[in-house]
Design a protein around this ligand. Structure first.
Ligand code: ADP
Length: 266
């Protein structure tokens, strides 16, 4: 009984959205937002209609990663309701909690405020028809996850981790948050970010700075797929800062890696 009560009915909140994918991580700084942004861009490249909601109230990074920091979404009256119009960039629709809050004050938000704001960004925005609605969730396990789980019928979760032990331990908690029998969200798989480093002058060498195959082992243990391994590449960081996600260019190694990841998710 309680198991059913905790999960919204599929399609109730956003009837025109086919799949809702939560991108999560146990720890901050492992590249969750980078993966969420590039996954969203890669899904557009594959021909899907995509929305991206940056729900990371502690460090919204979508505005910077898409170079829309100064943009302020407006509302429009549609079918008798005032709806927030998502920003369109690189063929996808996006909204960020960062558009509505001064970044310096974000961490001061009380749970209820942040939850209400997020509910509005989900339910009172003109997302329209989407094949994939990607949620960039806050790191760890929090009230915000609970809000998202209670507001949306999440199709599946993608867990991002680095191969290092502390990150893996937290990734396990992240998996647990979705798979416990109260919420029962399927884990689509793990993404190993910062899997290795290859210096430009030694292109044959791979340095496993954070350990080797940590996510592969965790995926095997938890019996979930390993969706992709993304190396440490300077351009991933630089293009994130510039507002041009690497997945925009599918001719590069990193662009292809994210296309492969998107293909593994669909
Ligand atoms: P999180 O969302 O987990 O806090 P971010 O996606 O914001 O992490 O990434 C943290 C920092 O690491 C950012 O500066 C980002 O550009 C950089 N970064 C993420 N993944 C990679 C990678 N594979 N190679 C190089 N830099 C990366």
């Amino acid at each position: 009984e309680s198991r059913q009560a905790a999960r919204p009915e599929p399609g109730k909140m956003l009837p025109r959205v086919k799949n809702v994918i939560a991108v999560s991580s146990g720890k901050g700084g492992v590249g969750k937002s980078t993966v969420a942004a590039n996954l969203a861009v890669a899904l557009v490249k594959l021909g899907y209609k995509v929305g991206l909601l940056d729900a990371d109230i502690f460090g919204p990074s979508v505005p910077k990663m898409f170079q829309v920091e100064d943009v302020r979404p407006y509302a429009e009256r549609i079918d008798g309701r005032d709806l927030i119009i998502p920003i369109e960039k690189y063929g996808l629709k996006l909204l960020s909690i960062g558009f509505f809050v001064n970044p310096e004050q974000a961490t001061l938000w009380r749970g209820g405020m942040a939850s209400n704001a997020l509910k509005q960004l989900v339910g009172d925005a003109a997302w329209g028809d989407l094949d994939y609605f990607i949620l960039d969730t806050p790191p760890g396990t929090s009230d915000i996850h609970l809000t998202l789980l209670q507001t949306l019928a999440i199709t599946g979760a993608v867990i991002v981790s680095t191969p290092q032990q502390v990150a893996l331990a937290d990734a396990r908690k992240g998996v647990d948050m979705y798979t416990n029998d109260k919420v029962n969200v399927p884990i689509l798989g793990l993404v190993e970010n910062m899997a290795w480093f290859t210096p430009a002058e030694l292109p044959e060498n791979k340095y496993y700075i954070f350990g080797k195959d940590g996510c592969k082992q965790l995926a095997e243990e938890l019996k979930v797929p390993l969706l992709g391994q993304i190396p440490i590449v300077q351009s991933i960081c630089e293009s994130g800062d510039k507002g041009t996600p690497v997945a925009l260019d599918s001719d590069t190694v990193t662009g292809r890696a994210f296309l492969q990841l998107a293909a593994a998710v669909v």
